[in-house]
Each structure stands twice: as C-alpha cells, then as structure tokens.
Design a protein around this ligand. Structure first.
Ligand code: NAD
Length: 435
C-alpha cells in the first residue's frame, strides 16, 4: 500500500520506517527540513535503538522516501498517518492541537480521491470527531475523506520492537471500510503475531490511549507515595513493591520507586486529560490525577533536598556529578526530564553540576545551556562531593564503584532510580536510595 506518515519525530520516524519494513511504500513528511534531510539519507535524527538499520535498509530499497510537501503527500498516499506533536499548551494544562489542525488544514485541500487519514498522535477525546468535520469541509472529495484514530503505545528505547510487534492494535473508525483498510495496513503484523485487534469508535480509541497513560502514571506515583511512608517508618519500598507485584492483579512492572516519570508523554497527557474532563464538566472524575502529578513532581524536589542534606546542607562550593540527562535510558529525549530538572535546580542553588549522558548531551545542552556536560563518566565524577544516578542507563549499572571511589572527592551516591546493584543495605554503605 502507499502510506504517508506526517510528522516524523520520535513516533513518526519509527512508524514510517516500520511501515516500509513490513512491505509498504512510504512517504514521510515533516516541516523540519534538517530532520527530513537526515531521514532521507537513512540517518535517524535522534537516538533510538535499531532505528538506523530499519531506516537505512528501507531508504536503500527505495520503499521509504521523505519530503516536506503535504500536496505531495496527498497525491501519493492511500492512508495518511498523522504523527505530529501534541504538547502542553503554554499557560494551560490542555493539549496544544495547533500542529494537528495545521496538518488537516494543509492536507485536506489536496484530497481529490477517497482517502483515510488515521491519527496516531495522542489527543483529547472528541478531537477526531472535530477533525472529521474539518477535513470533509475542506477536501474536494468531501465525505470521501474519512478520519480514523489509531493511537500509538510504543515506548522510546523499544520503539522499533513495539511498532513491529505491538501488544495490541487499537483503531477508532466510523466505517467498516476504514477498519478493512487499517487491517490491510497492519496485515503482516496481525498475521505474524496474532496481535489483538481492537476496533471501536473514535472517542473510545482516543480514550484508550489517555487512559493507559493515566493508569501508568498513577501506578508510578502510587509506589512513590508508598516510598514516602517507608521513608518515615523504616520500611523498604523495594520489598513492598516486589511483594505486592507477585499479585497477578497488581503485577511487578512500573512499580519502581524513585525519581518518577517525565518525558514528552505521561506528564502532558495526564494534564490534558484533566483539562478535557474539566471542559466536559466532569473534572471531579479525574481529580486524583492532580495528586498523581503532585506526587511525581515532589520526587524531584525530594531528590534535591536529599542531595543537599547528604553534603552538609548547602550546595555552595560543592561538585555534583549527575549521571543521566535523558528522561529514560536508551533515548536522547530530554522533554520534561526529571534528571535535568534536578541537575538544573542544584545548579541554581549554587552547586557545580557536571552532567553525563551517553546520548542526550546535545538535547540537554540546548534545553539547559548553563549546566556543564561531558561524554566521559569519569570526568563527570572527578572530585565530586556527590554522585547522583538519575537515569538508569545500563552503562551506569555496569560501573565499577571501586574504580570511581578513587576519582570522586567523597563516595556519596544517591541512586534515585533504585537500580544500582548493592550488596549490602544502602544505609550501611554511605549511599542512599531515593525511597
Ligand atoms: P516529536 O516532537 O518528536 O515529533 C513531532 C514531529 O511533528 C516533529 O518532527 C515536528 O517537526 C513535526 N511537525 C509539527 N508540525 C508539523 C506539520 N504541520 N507538518 C508536518 N510535521 C509537523 O513528537 P513525538 O514524540 O513523535 O510525539 C508525536 C505524537 O505522538 C504526540 O501526540 C505524542 O503524545 C504521541 N506519542 C508519542 C510517543 C513517544 O514515545 N514519543 C508514544 C506514543 C504516542
């Protein structure tokens, strides 16, 4: 099939490459010319394990092309996947839908034959219905332009694997023909893996995505709230999490107490969900998400407070090594990164902060230019009064603490991800976990 993917960021670039990988002819479209040039040359514009191979293989095969023109996209595609960003609106909790609207407004006037536009961006419930009217009004083909919503659940760091082998595919459609068309797009995946196919209406599909993210955020904040209680009672939250995780109704995943969640999805998605509930007059229903957000932001403050306490009450004249800048390992994404939030706060409180990250330094420097950065872990730790482990890259888990002990000024470590291997209880080693 001939497919376009409009918006080639973390989601769209992977989707475009993977759609070509399963046999489609794909045109990726973005307004960012530098990104398009890199992708057209087979180079991923961001760090995502495995993307380079899938991308370059399909560009070389001639199945995957990139462009900046929506007119070209309209001419080329039978199905258009919409993958542009839906960030938080400045000054509000709501989602900023200006990029989604811009694509619809730019694409629709070129739609001269029957087409399916399938949104993948995460949007507030009701968006797809609104866009259906908008696309039909502006498209020369009128009602021949149909809209569907096909939310995406990929995880950065596993994006290629998650796209080629999703644990479920969800489509919100308004007709059987839209369902058939999307089934045909995903047929190679459905046939190979027997992936569950959930076909529903537009609103339900939109809600599946935001509900999934709200649940995951709640699970993380839940265990972090329990961690606060453990802290004052001497309980061990890691053992609590392990023990409750054996209950199949609870499950062990997303129960790691620590610095909390960040990134370009969970924080803005729970806020947009709350804002949408407010618009719908049911804000009480999602009141708990405010607390989920609060608990999460408190983790960052708590880490800074713990760090300050550990080095004697002030950051002035102190060197702090920060291991990790990305919001999660195996990604260079620093959007709403808890690690950078902590690093920048310590810098503002007078600490000398040196940040290491294997992949996210360029993005981190663009977001926080006043921090010091290095690609060398040892350099980051040189003469450090405190080492903060803030993003659980494998490289940090593999570090030899004995070797680092000779480099730092003081062997104090905060493992804010509760991930470093410890042989003894942390309290006996002079290192603290964020519990
Ligand atoms: P991103 O910022 O990495 O990518 C968005 C891309 O859209 C950018 O390359 C931008 O240049 C492009 N764009 C903006 N306006 C455009 C326009 N008018 N025409 C063409 N391109 C345009 O964002 P992302 O992380 O890929 O997220 C995209 C959407 O997918 C969001 O709604 C997000 O919530 C959702 N999502 C993301 C992930 C993830 O892990 N990143 C997972 C699931 C869902």
């Amino acid at each position: 099939m001939r497919i376009t993917v409009i918006g080639t960021g973390y989601l769209g670039a992977v989707h475009a490459a993977c759609m070509a990988e399963i046999g489609h002819e794909v045109l990726g479209v973005d307004v960012d010319t530098a990104k398009i040039e890199a992708l057209a040359a087979g180079r991923p514009p961001f760090h995502e394990p495995g993307l380079g191979e899938v991308l370059s293989r399909n560009v070389e095969r001639g199945r995957l092309r990139f462009a900046t023109s929506l007119a070209e996209a309209a001419e080329f595609g039978d199905v258009h996947f919409l993958c542009v960003g839906t960030p938080q609106k400045p000054g509000s909790n709501a989602a900023d839908l200006r990029h989604v609207d811009a694509v619809i407004d730019g694409l629709a006037p070129h739609l001269h034959r029957e087409t399916l536009v399938a949104g993948k961006s995460t949007v507030p419930v009701g968006t797809a219905a609104r866009l259906t009217a908008r696309v039909r009004e502006a498209a020369p083909v009128g009602a021949g332009a149909e809209l569907a919503w096909n939310p995406e659940f990929l995880r950065e760091g596993f994006a290629v694997q998650d796209t080629l082998h999703p644990d479920r595919l969800v489509v919100g459609v308004a007709s059987a023909s839209a369902d058939d068309l999307l089934r045909a797009v995903y047929a190679p995946i459905l046939e190979a893996d027997g992936t569950p196919w959930i076909s529903t209406d537009l609103a339900t599909a939109e809600l599946v995505k935001v509900s999934a993210n709200a649940f995951l955020a709640t699970k993380i904040s839940f265990i972090n709230a329990i961690a606060d209680i453990c802290e004052v009672t001497g309980g061990d939250v890691t053992t609590v999490a392990k023990a409750i995780g054996y209950d199949a109704r609870i499950g062990p995943r997303f129960l790691s107490a620590g610095l909390g969640f960040g990134g370009g999805c969970l924080p803005k998605d729970i806020r947009a969900f709350m804002a949408r509930a407010q618009e719908l007059g049911v804000h009480d229903a999602l009141g708990f998400l405010r607390e989920v957000d609060e608990i999460n932001m408190r983790r960052r403050r708590r880490t800074v407070d713990l760090a300050r306490d550990l080095i004697g009450g002030s950051f002035l004249g102190r060197n702090v090594a920060v291991l990790g800048a990305a919001f999660k390992p195996d990604s260079d994404d620093v959007r709403d990164s808890p690690a950078l939030n902590v690093a920048a706060t310590i810098r503002l409180q007078g600490g000398q902060v040196r940040v290491h990250d294997p992949a996210a330094i360029d993005n981190a420097r663009a977001a926080f230019p006043t921090l010091e950065y290095t690609l060398d872990v040892e350099k980051a730790c040189e003469q450090a009064d405190l080492v903060l482990h803030l993003t659980e890259w494998q490289e940090y888990l593999d570090l030899d603490p004995a070797a680092l002990a000779g480099i730092v000024r003081s062997t104090k470590v905060i493992d804010a991800r509760n991930a470093l291997p410890t042989r003894q209880r942390p309290a006996h080693r002079g290192s603290r976990r964020l519990r």
